[in-house]
Design a binder for this molecule. Sequence first.
Ligand SMILES: *Cc1c(COP(=O)(O)O)cnc(C)c1O
Length: 251
Amino acid sequence: MGLREGGSASPGAPEDGPSPGARLKEVQRAIADACARAGRPAGSVTLVAVSKTVPLAAIDEVITAGQAIFGENRVQEARAKWPPLLARFGHVEVHLIGPLQTNKVREAAGLFTAIHSLDRPALCEALVRERARRDRLPMLFVQVNTGAEPQKAGVLPEDADVFLAACRERYGLDIAGLMCIPPVSEPPAPHFEALAGIAARNGLSYLSMGMSADFGLAIEYGATHVRVGTAVFGPRQSTPPRAEGPPRRLD
Ligand SMILES: *Cc1c(COP(=O)(O)O)cnc(C)c1O
């Protein structure tokens, strides 16, 4: 893959190393290479640049370098950072990649163009209520907890078919695809393969999978949306919320 977490920043000086604009170019090249290896058209993969904890100046630089789609894992942080940027750059959009509380669905529907973390009936109900108030909902991905990790959000793999059927038939929600975050301590390939299998048998065409360490592999397994933070922006400075977000119990 050639892209390691942390890129080429020297040890002990994480603020050094390539600029976000240069890193972006490197990630774009790695995505194109992975598409070529997988025999997929270049452009069949959407890069979601994960900007959680990233300062505005670096986001600005990446927008100027041509990136238009960003990911945040917390509504609160996105609310503080994005409205001025969205007002300045009309073509830019933000996706929610972290857990969502039902009481933040209204705000999330106004701020994000995609939600990657739909995982329970209470959220479906809140989205249905919200749909009555606006023209359209964000694009929806159902998160699957492929590793069945108790602290992680997402429906269990064995419950995915039933949940997807409920989303469509009971709630009338248009589901675009599936999302997963493989366990950090396991090889990701079986998780990517499992997610692709659930998508295929449910007729879903989008797969949100792959992060800095494994997005090339995810593309080989069919990822259409890769969520890449560190490889674009460099190491995160503060202690961020863990990739899997806050604990499971939300409602
Ligand atoms: C932080 C985060 C990412 C990006 O992780 P990197 O390893 O920095 O690329 C992707 N997905 C989710 C859900 C995250 O919270």
